[in-house]
Design a protein. Structure first.
Lengths: 596, 90
């Protein structure tokens, strides 16, 4: 690697590995310094190809720097600084390590140029981010983490199968635009691998499941990296694949519907990630230069405002221990600044003029209108009314205003969060407003400069401002007229995870039942055929040397019974482990078969 | 200071609400009178106050349809999307 290119992902991975050794007063400066170094590495990079390594017959490329990877690399490292700042008070170094390895994985994917490198970093993301769920340390954190890991392992395998098939067919491993006009089986397999991480229904349920359960600062990281790295991968590999338009629009609406039903603030925000990523997926599907610009710009803006929203709701959870609307309300007197920051996030995601979403989201809708995809453009606009309804209105209203559902204990605990959380939220808030108010900052980074310059002339036109304000303010009117209908209900919403949570139990039962039956049957047979004659013989011989014989028989019987018990214990062992091992073995076998 | 300002507005809630209605009205007047609609893509967008209508209907539809979807009983009343919080514990 030359000095023009120092991989920011490696900076964070090495930084994470050294983290436990940096102790005492050095810890906090170190937590800020390393992400800043990673960010500086991104700023210093020149376009080109770096870090090419020959390994066996393949050429692995760790550093492809171009406009597309740069815009994602920039925002990922910037978010890492903000996220680390937000989590500065967390004492457990393991949580920071997991977060940095996770960001390192994401950056690895963004800068790589072949599928093998991509796959390694793709898996690193899943296997490090799961710890951000486990470190919540609630009873349900462990199974939630395992579900998250299972889904991502399965997705990784589908991706693996996709690019291995492609390698068989074409001999190529390069990570570039696939032939989207003539998609084949491997194109779709690679697509499924990517869209699973982008949380496209029906592969989306892992997202609210895991993000609602993650630690307070872990969720801030998780909401930024997995889905947006997948958007990058889609933009790089599958831009212009028509089916993505349909999937993106479905996503945008699906997230909105579930957000209406949701009672937990962080799960609501998680459903809105699905909705917002829907815009990006649709943008990638449209595939024009304007649409790809829009997808990149929206990913950039989204990482900041969604991070900000998770920070705001996370600070309520951190201070009060509660995140459900049915246990909160009326907190503006206690947490006014958290309210202001969350509101800025809400206005940004809702695309209010002068806030970041306004200059990014509309670019995708505009690209849809330009391509005469009116149904898509109108449905995406409909979803944006839903966005304001929930994130801009429902979240702030039911946490900081509305009916006060706080218990006495919650109310007493509530206060604005520690300084580091406030600083992180203030920085993110500033950036949300800055991006929305000063368009060249973001537009100069976009991959297609001519289209960006064209759109810059349109974005603050009287028509666009009037259109947005009408949609948003009349949505607000609808909200306040129907606010009673939206009163929080203490329920959970059944989603696609039902199939592997309840279906998983069925599988578990099926797996257990035959083997347990066999075990019982074996025990019976042994008792009848083995133990009984043995005991009889023992009695027969007891007059001769009954102590010795009896001892042997007892020993033998104990041993056999012991094996039976062990078998049962293995059987009752965690299903997740078994699946994990099975899946890993399949992965190794596929690789061995193809490359062996 | 921030809390005082919010309380100040809450004490005059009726006036704030009236002010909001005025803003909504002015917005539609602005849309009808001043906005250049030459470069719009569809006919619907030329209707005066189209996006105000769209926003309001979108909001009402989203709330009503989503709540219906969450509350309706599927499979002969045995299953509802919005389920008790301990649904997966049983």
């Amino acid at each position: 690697m030359t000095t023009d290119f120092i991989h920011p992902g490696f900076v964070l991975i090495i930084g994470a590995l050294l983290l436990p050794f940096i102790m005492g007063p050095l810890r906090k400066p170190y937590l800020i310094l390393m992400p800043i170094i990673a960010f500086a590495c991104v700023l210093k990079m020149q376009h080109g190809t770096y870090g090419v390594v020959h390994f066996m017959d393949w050429q692995l490329t760790f550093g492809r720097v171009d406009a597309l990877s740069q815009v994602f690399g920039y925002i990922m490292t910037l978010m890492c600084i903000i996220g680390s700042m937000y989590g500065l008070h967390v004492k457990d170094p393991k949580e920071h390590m997991a977060a940095w390895l996770y960001v390192g994985g994401s950056l690895g994917v963004i800068y790589c140029a072949d599928y093998i490198t991509l796959f390694i970093f793709w898996e690193l993301m899943a296997f490090s981010s799961v710890f951000l769920v486990w470190f919540r340390k609630r009873k349900q954190s462990l199974p939630t983490g395992f579900r998250y890991l299972m889904v991502h392992t399965a997705g990784g395998l589908i991706l693996l199968a996709g690019f291995v098939l492609r390698y068989k067919a074409t001999g190529a491993l390069d990570f570039n635009l696939l032939d989207v006009d003539h998609p084949t089986l491997y194109t779709y397999l690679i697509m499924v691998g990517f869209i699973l991480n982008a949380a496209v229904p029906p592969f989306h349920a892992w997202l609210p499941d895991a993000y609602g359960e993650a630690t307070v600062s872990g969720a801030v990281f998780m909401c930024a990296f997995t889905t947006k790295t997948a958007v990058y991968a889609l933009a790089r590999g599958l831009a212009g694949l028509d089916i993505l338009i349909v999937l993106g629009v479905i996503m945008a609406l699906y997230g909105v519907v579930y957000a209406v039903l949701e009672n937990d603030a962080r799960r609501l925000l998680a459903y809105h990630i699905i909705s917002q990523v829907g815009y990006m997926v649709a943008g990638v599907g449209i595939g024009t230069q304007m649409a790809i610009n829009g997808a990149c710009a929206h990913a950039f803006a989204h990482i900041l405002y969604k991070g900000l929203l998770f920070m705001g709701c996370g600070s309520v959870l951190y201070m009060t221990g509660k995140s459900k609307f049915s246990e909160l309300g009326g907190l503006y007197k206690k947490m006014p600044w958290a309210f202001v920051f969350t509101l800025i996030g809400g206005l940004s995601i809702s695309a209010f003029p002068l806030f970041s979403g306004f200059v990014s989201k509309s670019m995708i809708v505009y690209a849809g209108f330009e391509e005469h995809l009116y149904w898509a453009a109108f449905l995406l606009t409909l979803a944006s009314a839903g966005t304001f309804l929930h994130t801009g209105l429902k979240v702030p209203y039911f946490i900081w205003f509305g009916k006060n559902n706080c218990s006495k204990e919650t109310w007493e605990k509530a206060a604005d969060p520690p300084w580091n959380m406030n600083v992180a939220m203030a920085v993110a808030s500033f950036l949300c407003i800055f991006i929305g108010s000063y368009t060249p900052y973001l537009y100069k980074m976009l991959p297609y400069q001519n289209e960006a310059a064209d759109y810059a002339l349109h974005v603050y036109s009287s028509y666009h401002v009037s259109e947005s304000l009408q949609i948003l303010l009349f949505t607000a009117l609808g909200f306040f007229l129907l606010v009673k209908k939206l009163a929080p209900e203490p329920t959970i919403s059944i989603d696609m995870d039902w199939f592997y949570r309840i279906g998983g139990r069925g599988f578990y039962w099926l797996a257990r039942k035959p083997i347990q039956t066999f075990d019982t049957w074996f025990g019976e047979v042994y008792r009848t055929v083995g133990l009984y004659p043995l005991m009889t013989t023992a009695k027969f011989w007891s007059w001769f040397d009954w102590h010795g014989i009896d001892g042997v028989v007892d020993g033998l019987a104990r041993t056999v019974r012991g094996v039976g018990t062990k078998l049962r214990t293995v059987q009752n062992g965690r299903l997740q482990y078994n699946i994990y091992y099975a899946v890993s073995i399949v992965a190794v076998l596929i690789v061995a078969y193809v490359f062996g | 200071m921030l809390v005082k300002f919010i309380d100040y507005l809450r004490d005059r809630l009726k006036m704030v609400i009236r002010l909001c209605y005025v803003v909504l009205g002015l917005l539609v007047v602005y849309d009808v009178s001043f906005v250049d609609k030459h470069s719009v893509h569809t006919m619907a967008e030329k209707i005066p106050g189209w996006w105000a209508f769209f926003g309001f209907v979108a909001c009402v539809l989203i709330i009503i349809l989503s709540k219906w979807y969450g509350h309706v009983k599927w499979f002969g009343g045995k299953f509802r999307i919005m389920s008790p919080e301990d649904y997966y514990d049983n």
